[in-house]
Write a protein that binds this ligand. Sequence first.
Ligand SMILES: Nc1ncnc2c1ncn2[C@@H]1O[C@H](COP(=O)(O)OP(=O)(O)OP(=O)(O)O)[C@@H](O)[C@H]1O
Ligand SMILES: [Mg+2]
Length: 409
Amino acid sequence: MDYRKRDGAETVEIPGNIEDICMNALIFSAIWGVGGQLNEHTRPIFNEYLKKLIAGENVQEEYKIDIEDQGNPLKIPNKLGTDFDSLLDASFQPDSCSWLHWTKTVPAYQVPVGASFTEVIVPTVDSIRIQYLLKSLLQKSKHTLIVGPTGTGKSITVVNELKNTFQSEEWTYLSLSFSAQTTSAQTQQIIDGGMEKKRKGVYGPPLGKEGVIFVDDLNMPQKEQFGAQPPIELLRQWMDYGGWYDFATVDRDFRATRNVRFAAAMGPAGAGRAAITNRYVRHFNVVYVEPYSDDSMNAIYCSVMDWMFRSAKKMTYPASVEKLKENIVSSTIGVYNQIIKEFRPTPAKSHYIYNLRDVSKVFQGLAKSSPKAIISEDSMIKLWAHECLRVFQDRLISIEDRDKFSELL
Ligand SMILES: Nc1ncnc2c1ncn2[C@@H]1O[C@H](COP(=O)(O)OP(=O)(O)OP(=O)(O)O)[C@@H](O)[C@H]1O
Ligand SMILES: [Mg+2]
């Protein structure tokens, strides 16, 4: 939605239902401006609250909100209807002034034939909304930070969106990834290396394009002696001053970098990841990615198996094997859910950490099979059991645990 005057335009066309659009857009902004940062435990509470607020109920009394009484609460006119359990599942479409479920905003996904395993990216509710928000925010020069537990597809979704939208005539992007050892000098070098001189002391993305800098695993750098993370302090300096000092010149001239905006991804603090300073986070629009629900995982891996069956060359898999798809997917997810419940990491078994990557590995293994060898349901099931043993059981260190897992399988 952009009703600003364009270059050369005499007037701006404003639709007749602008008031309607604004009211609904206000709700959409409230959902993501406030609710976007909440995690899966607090989102339902927020959802309930916002629904009541929109409906004009007296939330002030119910939630004991301590502000001066503003008189009667007002209802916000909207076109939400009653279809949505959670407001966070709804996407506002300004063109038609209506609300759609996120999954209905993109065409049904077909894995491109000939794609490799890592290129199979199945849209889920979370990935669709992250891509939409990233696109809208970055195009308006708003820095965006994606936060979520490990294995929720943050890196894969952001990179996918950057490739789709921010690699064009007008856009370019640069991506870098932080590790515990990243220094501020390295960070500066990588970013400076991707820029072009505009005039003395001013740099920007090449060919006059607009740029996005994507920093993955933002909170990985180790804290130094005084509790700061130098690479992050460097980036914070850019936020405040638009640049840094150039080590390549004798006088350490100030080097401004223009026409860029930042996108970043990180896991929540804890488990080896530091909490980063609020002085930096405050510059970002923060969006949280929820861990995948079983439904989303089902959708992802059913598509992966479809892709596997369709990309078999020369021969095809027997129909009876293809029928096993749903069972294999749900059993794998079942095994995964069980294993994260029963084999918890302890100091002695600190590597008992499983995430979506491991589930992917099972399917990656299956996808390596050839229809020549998989002639019956039996052989497919054996292969599947073998992959599960390799991915999940090989990590267990005691005979006891191993037996327990075999039983589970
Ligand atoms: N939508 C998806 N479609 C297909 N595969 C997916 C999808 N989402 C995640 N995966 C699988 O999950 C794996 C982990 O995803 P990714 O590396 O993006 O996680 P992450 O959120 O960046 O995790 P971390 O915080 O550890 O960096 C990917 O390698 C991929 O195999
Ligand atoms: Mg990642």
